[in-house]
Design a binder for this molecule. Structure first.
Ligand code: SAH
Ligand code: MG
Length: 196
């Protein structure tokens, strides 16, 4: 892993206002990944590959990440970035809409990281529950969405996103197979562990 290149990728993404994972969120997830040593991670929302590159450091020997991105330009940049830090062998990028790609996947994952269209979180959860291993962990980023989710703010133009994020939270809290925590790191991080 070329750390200097990784830092450049991070700075460029920030300058271009690409919503890459925040440092405190990354720190929390990294702690889990260190313990799990995942064989396979699923990421929904690659952007330019920053989070996937960071996670790849904690993979088990021969472990892989499958990551999905629908924006053609970002996919291209992500592929270049993987080469720059020399992790292209560990990360598979699926180009297209996760809503179409997820139902076609049939691997088992130790970890899922949901970080794409907020209006689709309930669907992403349904698919993640289908694909996650027993004792696996599903992380969902931006779950508190700048505080809108926990306020009574309903008239925002992003109300569909807010409604779907609230539905996601309700489902993870009510699902008896999950042990869930919601942390106020970054833009809000939901951590749902599958009970064994
Ligand atoms: N995980 C990245 C940031 C992802 S930003 C990181 O931390 O480095 C969210 C990305 O999800 C955007 O690039 C957006 O194009 C993509 N996205 C949003 N909805 C999607 C969908 N339905 N299918 C695939 N990609 C999606
Ligand atoms: Mg995010």
């Amino acid at each position: 892993m070329n750390k200097q290149e990784l830092e450049k990728i991070k700075i460029k993404a920030q300058e271009e206002h690409i919503p890459i994972i925040m440092d405190d969120t990354l720190e929390v997830i990294s702690k889990y990944l260190k313990d799990i040593k995942p064989k396979r991670i699923l990421e929904i929302g690659t952007a330019v590959g920053y989070s996937a590159i960071c996670f790849s450091e904690y993979l088990d020997k021969n472990g892989v990440i499958d990551t999905i991105e629908r924006d053609e330009i970002r996919v291209k940049e992500a592929r270049e970035n993987l080469k720059k830090v020399a992790v292209e062998g560990k990360i598979n990028i699926y180009e297209g809409d996760a809503v179409e790609i997820l139902p076609k996947l049939n691997y088992e994952y130790d970890v899922v990281f949901i970080d794409a269209a907020k209006g689709k979180y309930p669907f992403f959860l349904e698919q993640s529950l289908r694909l996650i291993k027993p004792s696996g962990i599903i992380f969902a980023d931006n779950i508190l969405y700048k505080g809108y989710v926990m306020s009574d703010y309903n008239k925002h133009k992003q109300r569909t996103a807010v409604r779907n994020l609230r539905e996601y939270i309700k489902e993870i809290q009510e699902n008896e197979k999950l042990e869930t925590q919601i942390l106020e790191v970054g833009d809000g991080l939901a951590i749902s562990k599958i009970k064994e």
